[in-house]
Design a protein around this ligand. Sequence first.
Ligand code: PLP
Length: 358
Amino acid sequence: MSTGKINFNAGPATLPPEVLREASKAVWNYKNTGYSILELPHRSPEFLDIIEESKALVKELCNLGNDYEVMWVHGGGRAQFAMMPMNFLSANDSAGYMDSGHWAAEAIEYAGYYGKAAILASSKGTKYNQLPEWPSEIPDGLKYIHITTNNTIYGTQYHKVPKTPAPLVGDMSSDIFSCKRDYTKYAMFYAAAQKNLGTPGVALAVVRKDFLKKSADNLPPIFSYRAHVKENSVVNTANVSGIYVALLMLRWIKGKGISAIEEENNAKAKMLYGALDKSKVFIPHVANKAHRSHMNVCFTGINSNIEKAFSALCRDNGIAGVEGHRSVGGFRVSMYNAMPAESVETLVALMNKFETKV
Ligand SMILES: *Cc1c(COP(=O)(O)O)cnc(C)c1O
């Protein structure tokens, strides 16, 4: 560990020590340019190189060809909730949304500002403890169908996605590059960077060219996907340092390889869910094994004393960020790509020890 804390926060999240070291060198003097990465001009050739390399790496890691465009956009995940309908939905149009959790619901709310968000299915009734059942019939004429591939707050994840009758859009903020996935199924996907891909404020957005052609062409450029593509992600002063850290993450991901990352993520999930499934004091929020997230594992204690005691034990052992989101309570352990298996082992050992003492 580079900072001394085992950081299970949901985002901003743990970054690999190699990335932190490289980023700190760049803060002092980026590639001997005499500029800090915090000062580097957004229209410099050095930044253009960062953009080009990052775009190429995203395409390579996603196995995408020239029919896709890659861009970096300001405003994290929520700006994408708004930009999707702004660009693809006018007032009388409908888009289909799967209501699978907190962020899915917020995306639905945002779409409502611009057009109609048809909720195709929802698991709200069971506190989002499973994925909503895929609808057997989907209405005609939807401009797109939006899913949240990993539900960060409730801990469910789509490990399989059916073929959709309208262009599929994925919010992959909390599981991009965490597993092998057929990205060509998606007409568009986006990810706020602070979970699996770097630091807050910047989002990756990838769009298929034929889908982009259907977008509005009368938007203020800063909210227009067309403009972001045309201006090569430099519509205005880009988030230079944020995009640079994302590039470092992309290089790190490529170095490990997605297959190895997936294996490691599966192993971490198996370890933690294994402990929960045999526990007498903790209850996993998601019982359906096929729906469980490998990124965010949510659980509660059998009573509030157990929860308080385990929270204190984590704190005393240098384990941070395990508290559940305020809307669910209990615990949430976020273990994105950069979370080492040994840290999950440490947590599980602590849970086992706790279990024998209560
Ligand atoms: C964190 C998160 C968001 C919100 O991201 P912000 O950058 O805070 O707006 C959206 N979707 C998902 C799936 C997330 O995990």
